[in-house]
Design a protein around this ligand. Structure first.
Ligand code: NDP
Length: 280
C-alpha cells in the first residue's frame, strides 16, 4: 500500500516558511506585494482570485485585486499592467485566466514585466526555464517538485514520465524534472502506448484532465505517483487523472485528490511573490 503524500500538510508548511520570509523582508522595510487582475465574472475564477487574496493576507503579503468588467478593452488592460509594472509596491502580477475572447491572452501575459511574472507563463520566463537561467517556476509543477523534495525523492537518474504537455503544467513539469537530472518522457493524446510508457516510470506525473485514466496496471511497482488532475464527476465528487485505489496498490507514494497537488499551487504563488520581492 502506498504512502500518502499529504499536500495539505506540506502546503501549510510552505505557507509557514513564506510567513517567516515575509517577516524577514518586512524587517528590512520591504513588504512583498501581489496584484491580481480578474476580467469578467467567471465564477470559478472569482473563487480562485478570492483564495489567492486570502492566502496573501494570511502570510502578510500585500495584495490588491483589480476586478475589471468583462467588456474591458485590451488597451485598458495593457495600460493597467504597465502601471503595475512601474509600481514599486507590487512585486508580482497575475492575470487570472481565461480572459474574455476579445482579449489576446498572449499579448497580455507578455506585457507583464519579466521580474514580476510570478505565474511564470510569459515566453521569456519559459525560455529562461528551458535554458536554466533565473526564472519563476510555474506554480503547479513547482508544487509537484516541492512534494517530491519533502518526501525525500530525488529525481536524479530516475525515469520520469509526464502525461500531458500543456504550457501550464506538462511542459514546465518535464523541464523541471530534466533540470533535476531525471530521464524524462512526455506523453500526450497521440502517444501510441500510454500504458507501456507509464509502466517505465519511477516518477509518474499525470496532468491530463481525464478522470482516472491511469490505472494500477499502468504503474510500476514502487513508483511515485503525482496526480495533478482535478475532475468533477456528475455526482459532484472530485477525482484525479489516476485511479487512486488500484494505483495505490502499486505505488510507493501517491498524492490524493483532493488534498495532494491542489493545495500546493497557491502556496507556490506566495513563494514566488516573496522571491520577486527579494530580487527587487
Ligand atoms: P490541458 O487540457 O491543457 O492538457 C491536457 C494534456 O493531456 C494535453 O497535453 C493532452 O494531449 C493530454 N491528453 C489528453 N487526453 C489524453 C490521453 N487520453 N492520453 C494521453 N494524454 C492525453 O490540461 P492542463 O494541463 O491545464 O490540466 C491538466 C489537469 O490538471 C486538469 O485536470 C486540470 O484541472 C488540472 N490542473 C490542476 C491544477 C492544480 O492546481 N492542481 C492546476 C492546473 C491544472 P494533447 O496535447 O495531445 O492534446
Amino acid at each position: 500500500m502506498a504512502n500518502i503524500i499529504d499536500g495539505k500538510k506540506i502546503a501549510a508548511e510552505v505557507r509557514e516558511e513564506v510567513k517567516r520570509e515575509v517577516a524577514e523582508l518586512k524587517a528590512r522595510g520591504v513588504t512583498p506585494g501581489l496584484a491580481v487582475i480578474l476580467v469578467g465574472d467567471d465564477p470559478a475564477s472569482q473563487v480562485y482570485v478570492r483564495n489567492k487574496h486570502r492566502a496573501c493576507e494570511e502570510v502578510g503579503i500585500y495584495s490588491e485585486v483589480h476586478r475589471l468588467a468583462a467588456e474591458t478593452s485590451q488597451d485598458a488592460l495593457l495600460k493597467l499592467i504597465a502601471q503595475l509594472n512601474n509600481n514599486p509596491k507590487i512585486h508580482g502580477i497575475l492575470v487570472q485566466l481565461p480572459l474574455p475572447d476579445h482579449i489576446d491572452e498572449k499579448k497580455v501575459i507578455d506585457a507583464i514585466a519579466l521580474n514580476k511574472d510570478v505565474d511564470g507563463f510569459s515566453p521569456a520566463n519559459v525560455g529562461n526555464l528551458v535554458i536554466g537561467d533565473e526564472c519563476f517556476y510555474p506554480c503547479t509543477p513547482h508544487g509537484c517538485m516541492v512534494l517530491l523534495d519533502k518526501i525525500g525523492v530525488d529525481p536524479r537518474g530516475k525515469k520520469a514520465v509526464v502525461v500531458g504537455r500543456s504550457n501550464i503544467v506538462g511542459k514546465p513539469m518535464a523541464m523541471m524534472l530534466l533540470a533535476r537530472h531525471a530521464t524524462v518522457t512526455v506523453c500526450h493524446s497521440r502517444t501510441r502506448d500510454l500504458a507501456a510508457e507509464c509502466r517505465q516510470a519511477d516518477i509518474l506525473v499525470a496532468a491530463v484532465g481525464k478522470p482516472e485514466l491511469i490505472t494500477g496496471d499502468m504503474i510500476k511497482e514502487g513508483a511515485v505517483v503525482i496526480d495533478v488532475g482535478i475532475n468533477r464527476m456528475p455526482d459532484g465528487k472530485l477525482v484525479g487523472d489516476v485511479h487512486f485505489e488500484s494505483a495505490s496498490q502499486k505505488a510507493s507514494w501517491i498524492t490524493p485528490v483532493p488534498g495532494g497537488v491542489g493545495p500546493m499551487t497557491i502556496a507556490m504563488l506566495l513563494k514566488n511573490t516573496v522571491e520577486a520581492a527579494r530580487r527587487a
